[in-house]
Design a protein around this ligand. Structure first.
Ligand SMILES: Nc1ncnc2c1ncn2[C@@H]1O[C@H](COP(=O)(O)OP(=O)(O)OP(=O)(O)O)[C@@H](O)[C@H]1O
Length: 731
């Protein structure tokens, strides 16, 4: 009586398929020494949990909890390894990597563990295994997480059911839209804020409950818990998409969710050094192309007689602030979207590169990812600030009856920018504008989906595809001839409770585009009621039959009983029919009210987003106003200071003026005295000049007299009569 199960150590470094049984304890495949390396506590857990179907491993600070249950849950708490043992364990763990194909064991066991247990004869119930090493610790890259010390101490190692996803390749044959919900592990930042408080509880592989007020249950096509690997998720969503495209149809996978919820991890993941070894954390896109090229090869070989050939042309674009840029040719920006009757909707001027193999695709993906706009917000260190769309046009050609046939399918892989609340994401300025643009395009996406839901319900609606570049570009994928898988990513932490609720609502609405199964929540209760009633009636019938059997029936009695039983059966049939009619009426009513509710909820969502963004704007304006007021107050202070200085200066100037006026007065009086003196002096000078003139005149006269005398002198000397001399003197 043995079974196999994967036991994961608290460090997340032990991952090995173990066989254990009640008598022999633990062994691991062909490795005889494996149990020696297993920490004591784990060994005890495994031994303790073998008989009953429910195994529940818990790793709290001081103990491992083992719950075994066959109906009632019993919990045994086993002491955990001491700190010393724990360290020893940690030191030992690298040696486990030397196990043959240890990496593969980790990957494969993920898919095998529960399935193996289910198939096992001794385990008929459910097995929940908890898997460590899958923390969304934003400071640690995924690839290194497995052995990270944070994981050892990080309390993210926690119990959560790991529920199997069942692959259903036929799903997309009947549905155009498939909605998957994926929860990522609680991140280190969230643990630091609110510990391990969770806002969701997974009910089964299709349903999840949001644990707020009121507690709300949502159902989807698949719900992937945090323990679902990239490979498992791909197996559910990837192959049908690829096959649909190869058959000449369009497929679209897009990841939606709050910033930091794991969209890029889901779509691109950790590609690592692909040339050496594919990374187990690579996401949907690389895996889709691995599968595509494998299928292409198989198809070309199988259809060799028709000379079938495939061509893949790829392009990679981003929509940032409502502008389209080519991620493979970053110099070309603001590319226009055009619509053409033959080409459909396309981006004009977008580079298309032919890819021959996965390596080519990865090269393009990495090139584009490097050109993508990312920034750090409070929620995510490397937040994508744009929507990215990787498109691969798959063209096939083959010959048949001397004619060449061709098919074209288009595969769109969309990584949306994170929806976020500006106030919780620590954004400002440029980041704020980005966030507003992201939220606007996502709310348009929400409205488009709402209208498509209405259309699916037979209502007439104008779908506002052109209100955003994103919806315009994805028009065919959303409402056209495309098969679409929406992966809604959420955080399970209570820190992100409202964002998670909003994503759940979005995803639920998207599911309504074609799938109405969720309506069944209440309706199924009614159906259950009807079934119970039918069962009661059947039991009653059986009892009556038994009673009848106890009597000794005559043929007449038997006929009468047969007739009466037929009547009862007929009555029961009628009752069932009327119940079914009631049920379908209830379904219709429920569906109508759900539709109305969904619409109101979506409108409320849009209004909430708008309100939040205007509240944020208002807050920013208030902050600006506060800053301006402060600046103005400072300016007023400065001015007042200057005014006081000015007054002081005026006062001093006035005093100086007074002094100068007094001085001027004094100077004026001395000036007038001086003027008088000047006048007198002038007068005197005039007099003196007159006198001088007079003197000069006299002098001239004397000189002329002297001259005349000098002229007369010779005459005189020669005896001129006295009279002449007298005449001369007076003449
Ligand atoms: N399923 C998962 N398992 C482990 N780690 C995960 C998982 N999902 C997300 N993470 C981690 O969480 C962090 C945030 O994820 P990611 O960058 O993919 O978020 P996002 O939704 O693309 O954010 P944004 O919208 O801001 O770009 C990353 O460190 C990533 O490795």
């Amino acid at each position: 009586m043995s079974s196999s199960l994967r036991v994961v150590s608290k460090a997340g470094t032990l991952g090995k398929k173990l066989s254990f049984d009640a008598r022999d304890g633990i062994s691991a495949g062909n490795d005889p020494h494996f149990h020696e390396r297993l920490p004591h506590a784990e060994s005890r857990i495994a031994k303790a949990s073998i008989r009953k179907p429910l195994l529940f491993l818990d790793d709290s600070e001081s103990s491992f909890k083992v719950s075994t249950s066959g109906g009632m849950k019993k919990t045994t708490t086993l002491p955990c390894s001491s700190q010393g043992q724990r360290q020893q364990h940690h030191r030992r763990s690298p040696s486990l990597n030397n196990f043959p194909r240890f990496e593969n064991a980790v990957t494969d066991s993920a898919a095998l563990s529960t399935r193996a247990l289910r198939q096992s004869a001794s385990f008929s119930g459910r097995v929940f295994t908890s898997r460590g090493g899958r923390l969304a610790d934003q400071s640690t890259p995924c690839s290194s997480r497995k052995t990270s010390r944070n994981d050892v101490n990080g309390a993210a190692w926690r119990i959560s059911p790991r529920l199997e996803l069942e692959e259903d390749p036929a799903f997309l044959q009947d549905h155009n839209v498939q909605v998957l919900l994926r929860a990522r592990p609680i991140s280190g930042i969230e643990i630091a804020q609110l510990g391990h408080a969770r806002c969701i509880r997974q009910e089964n592989a299709y349903a999840i409950s949001w644990l707020g007020q009121p507690e709300t249950r949502f159902s989807f096509d698949y719900v992937a818990s945090e323990f679902v690997t990239q490979e498992e998720l791909f197996r559910v969503a990837g192959p049908p998409m690829v096959e649909n495209c190869m058959a000449g149809n369009n497929s679209c996978v897009f990841a939606y969710g709050q910033t930091g919820s794991g969209k890029t991890h889901t779509m691109l993941g950790d590609v690592g050094d692909f040339d050496r070894q594919p990374n187990e954390n690579r996401g949907m896109t690389p895996r889709v192309f691995e599968y595509l090229f494998k299928k292409i090869h198989e198809e070309e070989v199988a259809q060799r007689h028709t000379n079938m050939k495939f061509k893949c042309r790829c392009s990679f674009l981003e929509i940032y602030n409502e502008q389209i840029s080519d991620l493979l040719e970053p110099s070309s920006s603001n590319l226009p979207i055009r619509e053409d009757s033959t080409k459909g909707i396309y981006v004009d001027g977008l580079v298309e590169v032919e890819a021959q193999n996965v390596r080519n695709i990865l090269h393009l993906l990495l090139l584009g990812a490097a050109n993508r706009k990312v920034a750090a917000t409070d929620m995510n260190r490397e937040s994508s600030r744009s929507h990215s769309v990787f498109t691969c046009v798959i063209e096939s050609q083959w010959e048949c009856d001397a004619t060449i046939n061709s098919r074209i399918g288009r595969l769109n892989l969309v990584d949306l920018a994170g929806s976020e609340r500006q106030k919780s994401s620590g954004v400002d300025g440029e980041r704020f504008r980005e966030a507003a643009s992201i939220n606007k395009s996502l709310s348009t996406l929400g409205l488009v989906i709402m209208d498509l839901v209405d259309i699916a319900n037979g209502k007439q609606r104008h779908v506002p595809y052109r209100d955003s570049k994103l919806t315009f570009l994805l028009q065919d994928s959303l409402g056209g001839n495309s098969k679409t898988t929406i992966i809604a990513n959420i955080s399970p932490s209570s820190c992100a409770s409202s964002e998670t609720l909003s994503t759940l609502k979005f995803a639920q609405r998207a599911k309504f585009i074609q799938n109405n199964a969720v309506v069944g929540e209440d309706a199924s209760r009614e159906a259950k009621g009807s079934k119970e009633h039918i069962q009661q009636l059947k039991d009653e019938l059986a009892r009556l039959r038994r009673q009848n059997n106890s009597a000794i029936p005559t043929p007449e009695m038997l006929v009468v009983k047969l007739v009466s039983e037929r009547q009862v059966t007929k009555r029961l049939r009628n009752e069932v029919g009327s119940y079914q009619r009631e049920l379908s009426e209830c379904r219709m009513k429920l569906r109508t009210s759900l539709d109305a509710n969904q619409r109101i909820v979506s409108e409320l969502d849009v209004l909430r987003i708008e309100l939040e963004s205007s509240q944020d704007e208002c807050k920013k304006l208030q902050q600006d106003l506060g800053t301006m007021k402060l600046e103005k107050a400072l300016e007023v202070n400065c001015l007042e200071l200057k005014q006081a200085q000015h007054h002081e200066l005026m006062f001093e100037l006035k005093a100086q003026l007074l002094k100068s006026e007094e001085k001027a007065e004094q100077e004026a009086s001395s000036r007038s005295q001086l003027e008088i003196q000047l006048q007198e002096a002038t007068q005197e000078s005039t007099n003196l000049q007159t006198e001088l003139q007079w003197t000069r005149d006299s002098l001239e006269e004397v000189e002329s007299l002297v001259e005349r005398l000098q002229r007369k002198t010779p005459a005189l000397e020669s005896g001129v009569p006295e009279a002449s001399y007298e005449n001369f003197m007076h003449g």
